[in-house]
Design a protein around this ligand. Structure first.
Ligand code: NAI
Length: 421
């Protein structure tokens, strides 16, 4: 019997007992991984009895890997993720001065995991700074491989920075560098392919889950050829590849111009009634305000790397913070997917039993959904909500909730398992 997940032509084929590689992670990784696996196993058992089961296979990365192999990211780990396709990881500390920029970035780049997916939903009972947290249900598709995050930077005074500056001024006729002698430089590559594959994944996700809209978030008003092009390529893609399943604001504005506002409104209502996904765009700064004031107007969000970084943390804070925000890095062409706790290694609380395993548990629920094991994922969501509504929480949420009961990492997981009905 095969235990290996296969992926062909965008379709995943999952055996009943797939092998799932996992990285324990540094810091609180050790505290949260085992309780999370217990919850995930219990949900699978509840949903499928003995028919289905995850076979966990530990692979090494981070400090543990360095201690055991002398390498922070052994080749065997990358090979395991390639062979088994879908895995999960705890947080990894960024090694200082060891010649490798970040283990997370290395994993994403090697497997070309171009989508960083962060679903943002509120669980009843969780303290939130917004008035109507129950209206928050957003799914962020953050581009993971391009943008100013690509790591092309030149430090002022260094040879490459001088060469780059001289090239810009002498060859390209650039005269807008305010302080050329002391400037550092960064490059922001944004490609048509990179933008299209990200936005395609976001639109498909909205269609598959019957979600109402995709909002393209960008700063195209200022950065016209990168962020502006991202938006334009997104609209073009929607209109050419998803003609019958989407209705774009670009089209709305065109109808408004040619036939008047009433015709445009009618076309939009008709598209909504037909269940078409509405494709719109919002400028990033406006979006940060918009998402607080009218979260229900936005469902799937497609955005570039840096915008996505800021947006993810703001939206996470709206529903309880990074302790319970799940995430995944996915390549929808190859099928490679690594689900992960979105927080860091939290060295200040490692080993104390204070860590909230929620982020990793919910990332596990996302993994189950990716496998098509929706019933098991639902058990986790229900049990989590039940636990929060009984005000049983870990220390990060305890001080924000009146009348709450404080549980350790492990006891919180036990409570969730008890609430899997
Ligand atoms: P952090 O997320 O580890 O900690 C920030 C604050 O949040 C701390 O007060 C911490 O105690 C708290 N916190 C984080 N996760 C929590 C949880 N599950 N339950 C309760 N409280 C929690 O961020 P920081 O301190 O900036 O980074 C520490 C290390 O983690 C660095 O080496 C950084 O590079 C790495 N990191 C790794 C990430 C990953 O592997 N995906 C993501 C972010 C940071």
């Amino acid at each position: 019997m095969s235990h290996t997940i296969q992926y062909q032509h965008g379709r995943i084929s999952v055996p009943n007992q797939p092998i799932i590689p996992f990285i324990e992670g540094d810091g609180i990784g050790k505290d949260i991984i085992e309780p999370s696996q217990r919850v995930i196993n219990a949900a699978v058992k509840k949903a499928y009895g003995t028919t289905k089961k995850l076979i966990w296979k530990e692979v090494l990365a981070g400090k543990k890997a360095f201690e055991l192999t002398g390498n922070y990211l052994p080749d065997e780990t990358l090979e395991a993720f390639k062979e088994y396709l879908v895995g999960i990881k705890g947080p990894l500390e960024t090694p200082v001065g060891e010649g490798i920029r970040s283990l997370n970035v290395a994993l994403r780049q090697t497997l070309d995991l171009y989508v960083c997916l962060r679903p943002i939903r509120w669980f009843k009972g969780v303290p939130s700074p917004v008035r109507f947290p129950e209206l928050v249900d957003m799914h962020i598709f953050r581009e993971n491989t391009e943008d100013i995050y690509a790591g092309i930077e030149f430090m002022t005074g260094e040879e490459k920075a001088i060469k780059f500056r001289d090239f810009l001024i002498n060859e390209m006729g650039v005269d807008k560098i305010r302080f050329p002698e002391s400037s550092s430089f960064g490059v922001k590559p944004v490609s048509k392919e990179g933008s299209e594959r990200l936005i395609r994944a976001a639109i498909k996700y909205a269609i598959d889950r019957e979600l109402p809209s995709v909002t393209i978030v960008h700063k195209g008003n200022i950065m016209k050829f990168t962020e502006g092009a991202f938006k334009n390529w997104g609209y073009e893609l929607a209109e050419t590849e998803f003609t019958h399943q989407t209705f774009t604001w670009k089209k709305y504005k065109q109808i408004e111009l040619e036939e008047g506002p009433d015709a445009a409104k009618t076309a939009l209502s008709k598209a909504k009634a037909m269940g078409k996904v509405i494709i719109k765009d919002v400028i990033t700064d406006a979006f940060l305000q918009e998402s607080l004031l009218h979260p229900f107007e936005h469902s799937v969000i497609a955005t570039l790397n840096l915008n996505g970084d800021y947006i993810s943390d703001q939206l996470a804070a709206m529903v309880g913070g990074i302790g319970i925000s799940p995430g995944a890095n996915i390549n929808y062409n190859s099928g490679y997917a690594i689900f992960e706790a979105t927080h860091g290694t939290a060295p200040n609380i490692a080993g104390t039993g204070k860590a909230n395993p929620g982020s990793l548990i919910l990332s596990g629920a996302m993994l189950l959904e990716y496998l098509g094991w929706y019933e098991a994922a639902e058990h986790i969501y229900d049990a989590m909500e039940h636990t929060f509504s009984k005000r049983k929480v870990t220390s990060d949420l305890f001080n924000m909730m009146e009348g709450a009961t404080l549980l350790s990492t492990s006891k919180f997981a036990d409570e969730i398992i008890r609430n899997i009905h």
